[in-house]
Design a protein around this ligand. Structure first.
Ligand SMILES: NC(=O)c1ccc[n+]([C@@H]2O[C@H](COP(=O)([O-])OP(=O)(O)OC[C@H]3O[C@@H](n4cnc5c(N)ncnc54)[C@H](O)[C@@H]3O)[C@@H](O)[C@H]2O)c1
Length: 247
């Protein structure tokens, strides 16, 4: 049994990649995991994998941008002890272009997912954590928000909201046994970039550890943040970035 026995953990956007691996790792540590995704088939597949490995999991199908849907789906799952706000890349993906070339019609998708997503999910899950006197909220952000990055300005701007929310809530709920933090990620190996390509090799020159991130890197950091070992860590934005930026 892991250190999360008796706890529940709800991970948004957990139908694949980082969220799915985080769900697997928290389930392996004993949590009953809520696998949220807007696409039911993805959530159900991850739930089946976790159950096949001996863990406990339930699908929590909802669009995190829709407060009514989140309220209903989280309510069916039950009390949430650990919330990981991970859903963050629109189903349409991210196209790289100069800010002034962006179509403003595309901005809303980023604001809805990366600002309203964490707002909605945290708004629904946090009161129960405070009432029960224990909780963990972790929002997955991006180095593009923390240190800036060209050609993805709107994505970066929207990813800045999560850490700001976590910092402020940390100060509101720290006395209730609830911690709120963010992980700030550099590029992952699922971002559609071939690690042997010229583009990747050029990018990796900026990384002290010369490889792209892996879902396991993020899941391990989440597992530490939700453990008792990290009970004095709150309000932080922690880079998980291969040394891409060092302060
Ligand atoms: N991949 C990277 O290189 C990278 C870099 C920095 C930060 N991040 C952040 O890490 C997180 C996870 O990234 P990923 O690469 O695993 O994403 P992904 O796109 O591979 O998976 C995200 C999942 O979220 C689901 N989803 C999308 N919109 C949703 C919604 N409205 N409601 C519920 N679920 C929804 C998708 O169906 C998908 O299964 C995101 O917050 C992202 O911004 C990723």
């Amino acid at each position: 049994m892991g250190d999360l026995s008796g706890r529940t953990a709800l991970i948004t956007g957990a139908g694949q990649n980082i969220g799915a691996e985080t769900a697997r790792v928290l389930a392996a540590r004993g949590a009953t995991v809520g696998v949220n995704d807007v696409l039911a088939d993805r959530a159900e597949r991850v739930v089946e994998e976790i159950r096949a490995a001996g863990g406990e999991a339930e699908p929590v199908v909802a669009d995190v941008t829709d407060l009514a849907a989140v309220t209903e789906a989280f309510g069916l799952f039950g009390p949430v002890d650990v919330l990981v706000n991970n859903a963050g890349i629109p189903l349409t993906g991210i196209s790289m272009q100069k800010f002034v070339d962006e179509d403003p019609a595309g901005w809303k998708a980023f604001v809805d997912l990366n600002v309203y997503g964490p707002l909605n999910c945290t708004y629904v899950a946090l009161p129960g954590m405070v009432e029960r006197g224990w909780g963990r909220v972790i929002t997955i952000s991006s180095e593009s928000a923390r240190v800036g990055d060209k050609l993805i300005a709107t994505y970066a701007a929207s990813k800045g909201a999560g850490p700001a929310l976590m910092r402020s809530l940390a100060k509101e709920v720290g006395r209730s046994g609830v911690t709120c933090n963010s992980l700030s990620l550099a590029t992952q190996n699922n971002a559609g970039m071939d690690e042997a390509s010229d583009m990747a090799l050029k990018q990796l020159r900026a990384y002290a550890v010369p490889r792209l991130g892996r879902a396991g890197d993020v899941a391990a950091a989440v597992a530490w943040l939700v453990s008792e070992d990290a009970s004095w860590v709150t309000g932080q934005t922690i880079p998980v970035n291969g040394g891409y930026a060092t302060s």
